[in-house]
Design a protein. Structure first.
Length: 141
């Protein structure tokens, strides 16, 4: 998948004198059915998370608190996106290598996923991911 398929999604938000509320509805705000939810928190300063790609899984990353960077790589291009607003999520399509880094103190990364955990869906080695991307591109050529 090309990196431009990964997009920021503005989530609904309601603000008033009491504070703010945002929400997510599967099939409405997220381009997939939500099958799993998890979150990253208490990330040690200077440590990165992710460093993998998924063959089929789709995800939406939402910063519930604090901020962090997401480095996306489709095998041809890279881009870094700073997530720092709780009403904006980052949609990550399949076949995109991602690394999460530069977590601020107290940052929480909330993740909605299109499928339950499946180790077979992962590329954990960047060179293997790049080889798979090359195979896909050469098959299309």
């Amino acid at each position: 998948m090309p990196i431009n398929e990964c997009t920021l999604i503005d989530l609904p938000h309601i603000r008033d004198a009491r504070g703010s509320l945002s929400f997510v509805e599967g099939g409405r705000h997220v381009p997939f059915d939500i099958r799993r939810v998890y979150y990253l928190y208490d990330v040690t300063p200077g440590v990165s998370r992710g460093a993998h790609a998924h063959k089929k899984l789709e995800q939406l990353l939402i910063p519930l608190g604090g901020a962090f960077d997401v480095v996306l790589d489709d095998g041809r291009a890279q881009k870094t996106i700073r997530l720092e607003h709780s009403d904006v999520g980052l949609y990550i399509c399949p076949m995109i290598w991602r690394e999460l880094l530069n977590f601020s103190s107290g940052a929480v990364c909330f993740v909605l996923a299109s499928a339950p955990y499946d180790e077979e869906d992962y590329f954990r080695n960047h060179e293997e991911f790049l080889a798979a991307v090359r195979r896909v591109h050469s098959a299309r050529a």
